[in-house]
Design a protein around this ligand. Structure first.
Ligand SMILES: [Zn+2]
Length: 84
C-alpha cells in the first residue's frame, strides 16, 4: 500500500528540509517543490507527459537572493539530467 501523493510530498519536504542548502551548502531554512512546466520536462530528464517533482532546500541567505529560483532551476536541471 502506498501513501497518498500529498502525504508523500510532505514526507519528502520534511526530509529535504534537513539537507543543506542546494545552492551554497549552508544550513537549510526550509524546502520547496519545483515541477517542470509543459515543454520543459526533457530539461529534467523526464519524457514529455510524465510528471516529476523536484525537491530542494534553501538557506535563509539564498532565499533572499533575487535570482535564487533561477539558480535552483539550473541546479535541478544539472542534478536531474539523465535521471529517469
Ligand atoms: Zn544557501
Amino acid at each position: 500500500m502506498s501513501l497518498p501523493l500529498g502525504i508523500q510530498a510532505r514526507v519528502m519536504l520534511a526530509a529535504v528540509a534537513l539537507e543543506p542548502c542546494c545552492l551554497c551548502g549552508g544550513p537549510s531554512n526550509g524546502a520547496g517543490i519545483f515541477e517542470p512546466g509543459a515543454g520543459e520536462s526533457h530539461l529534467y530528464g523526464v519524457p514529455e507527459g510524465k510528471q516529476r517533482w523536484c525537491f530542494y532546500s534553501l538557506c535563509r541567505s539564498c532565499q533572499g537572493e533575487a535570482d535564487a529560483f533561477d539558480r535552483v532551476e539550473a541546479h535541478l536541471q544539472t542534478l536531474c539530467r539523465g535521471v529517469r
